[in-house]
Design a protein around this ligand. Structure first.
Ligand code: ADP
Length: 347
């Protein structure tokens, strides 16, 4: 119902009420003439005052609503930095309305910003993924076409090309597996399965598994074995992934005849784990960024050696899920040390 209709209805109700009161009063006849006039005059005056008051307040309400409307229009049009848009009315109800509106708008702005960031993240992620997948796919395509175009019968290239295609398939599988892992972790689906296990034994198994790769790159592996079992409380599957990623990097970015060193040091109720190398090192300006996904210092080396650019991002997620921090010290040209701690068991 419009304000005007409400106002009319109000008036009719008030007039009928006054009439009723007047009629009731007149039932008690016998009042003197003057008194009768005063009552009638008073009733008319009261009715007129009511009318005037209702008219004024309805006009005032209409004015406030018009102001509110233009305020809302201004709010709708303003940009994020314009804080001058204010409701020009100091009534407490209006102030409350204004602060509620501000809150709703603030939430909407925050939500829009969050959606924009998600969209940027999605675009960047998709761009990076297609870039990573492109190289091995094109390589495989190239080797297979050459083989089909007659290379298959050529004894000097057929085996070699098949092996190269196979290596690229392996790389593709590695990238897809890392992508799957990082997507899970970034979606917050990293639920740790903590258990007690011997980190010394795990470290020695990881070092052993890296021997072939290290031998190929002429890098020697050294494990400073603490000589006793050290039981930690952590997710053994994920910690093995951390040790493998750090160990693989120490070889991948190592120098010929260099060393990769694995160290475990008990420190109170924690154990510190370090993987050090005498390799290329990392320039100071890149140190803060190497844990970002797809960030690389030396792009061609990483890709040539089968890196997905996700290894350290995965390491960071896992270590932080354990409530610890991964740290790195590095000198360009001399080598790097990556380290983190784990709580000593029992769980
Ligand atoms: P990638 O698959 O490229 O190795 P990572 O996330 O494991 O991805 O590492 C990110 C980048 O950090 C690497 O591309 C490399 O430039 C640098 N990096 C990682 N570990 C080392 C290391 N031990 N020595 C020198 N640089 C390293």
């Amino acid at each position: 119902m419009s304000f005007r209709a409400r106002f009319l209805l109000n008036m009719i109700t008030a007039a009928m009420a006054l009439l009723l009161v007047n009629l009731l009063w007149h039932k008690y006849e016998g009042l003197p003439w003057l008194q009768n006039r005063i009552i009638n005059g008073g009733t008319i005056l009261a009715g007129a005052a009511y009318l005037a008051a209702a008219l004024i307040s309805s006009r005032a309400l209409g004015k406030t609503l018009r102001k509110l409307h233009s305020y809302l229009l201004k709010l709708e049009l303003r940009d994020g930095n314009d804080h001058d848009v204010k409701l020009p009315d100091s009534a407490p109800e209006v102030a409350k309305l204004e602060s509620t509106l501000e809150r709703i708008l603030e939430n909407r702005r925050a939500e829009t910003e969050r959606l924009r960031q998600l969209e940027d993240y999605r675009k960047e992620f998709l761009g990076n993924v297609s870039h990573e997948l492109k190289t091995p796919i094109f390589n495989i395509q190239g080797y297979i076409s050459t083989l089909l175009d007659g290379g298959l019968e050529d004894e000097t290239v057929n085996r070699d090309f098949l092996q190269k295609a196979d290596r690229n398939v392996e790389r593709l599988a590695g990238i897809v597996s890392d992508l799957e892992t990082i997507t899970q972790y970034e979606a917050g689906e990293l639920e740790l399965q903590r258990s007690e296990f011997d980190i010394t034994e795990m470290m020695s198994e990881v070092v052993e598994s890296l021997e072939f790769q290290a031998g190929r790159e002429r890098i020697s592996l050294q494990f400073q074995d603490p000589g006793k079992p050290i039981i930690v409380c952590a997710d053994s599957f994920r910690i093995r992934q951390v040790l493998t990623n750090l160990g693989t990097n120490s070889i991948r970015y190592g120098k010929e005849n260099g060393i990769s060193r694995f160290k475990i040091t008990p420190m109170g109720n924690k154990v510190r784990i370090e993987v050090a190398d005498t390799g290329l090192g990392i320039p100071e300006k890149d140190l803060g960024r190497i844990f970002e996904r797809f960030y690389r210092v030396d792009k061609s080396r990483s890709r040539n050696k089968g890196g997905s650019g996700l290894g350290l991002a995965i390491v960071k997620h896992i270590v932080e899920a354990h409530g610890e921090q991964i740290d790195v010290m590095s000198t360009e040209g001399a080598g790097s040390v990556f380290g983190f701690s784990l709580p000593i068991g029992p769980c």
